[in-house]
Design a protein around this ligand. Sequence first.
Ligand code: PPE
Length: 308
Amino acid sequence: MVQKTEQIWFDGRFVPWGEANVHVLTHTLHYGVGVFEGIRCYRCSDGSSAVLRLEEHVDRFFDSAKVVQMEIPFSREEISQAILDTLRTNGLQEGYVRPLAFIGDGAMGVYPGDNPVHVIIAVWPWGAYLGDEALQKGITVKTSSFTRHHVNVMMTKAKVCGNYVNSVLAKREALADGYDESLLLDVDGYVAEASGENIFIVKKSVLKTPPLGPVLPGITRDCLITLARDMGYRVQEQRFTRDEIYTADEAFFCGTAAEVTPIRELDRRKIGPGEAGAVTKLLQQEFFRVVHGDNLKYAGWLTHFGLE
Ligand code: PPE
């Protein structure tokens, strides 16, 4: 169960958590055209709190809306401010932020007509997405029987609600079969991403991640490419196949919710020695240092805010 906070920002006003409701004929509920973001805020070691890469998340939110032709009735600045206000109002020092834009009720039928676009921002405490042990020891993964979207079936660069039906199918299948997470291949059979994470592999100290074809342009992915290169590793954005993961030295997933999660097993084959890899652990450590404000080189990735 999600851990409730007090207030949800709803079209420019704060509404108590329990009263942030919509009509059952909300267009997005029926047809899936809505866009959302997932953002983390961290408690820094100096006692302040900071949102990680706020500007990039807000930009992607507006880009996603543009792709599906939704007009968000607020400016980027207003949404950024509202995110900080929602964290402050709820006194949340560390947690997750979920902005969502959706098409309200009015016309029914696929064509949304002039139905209003609403925006909500909810925040809640959210620990390790796949469990604390996952961050330490790594997870088991199954290649999904579901294929990731073709780039011309869904708009894969946009974080659209409806795109996630594919993720839910894959995740349910993986959990039902006793794995922690699913790995989806693209329509050509190459590795794409997980249900809610991007993937990297490491072989002989070279990192590889699939290029931005059918995968979400992950902001954590971008952080890690930068960090890895700055740490002196070669990083290739290149297609690879599932058997390259079987024989990689290391593999890991990354995302806002999942942070940096090692993969210890794919399809019952151990990756390397079957535990979190050395490069993965170094990157994970560096990522956590950065998000907690302990590496000033990346201070620009953090938007600090004070609690009321
Ligand atoms: N791929 C997918 C499909 C995806 O959903 C995410 C984020 C990523 C990659 C990584 O993107 P980024 O967060 O910008 O690094 N998934 C979000 C939703 C997870 C959920 O279960 O809800 C997230 O991590 O916030």
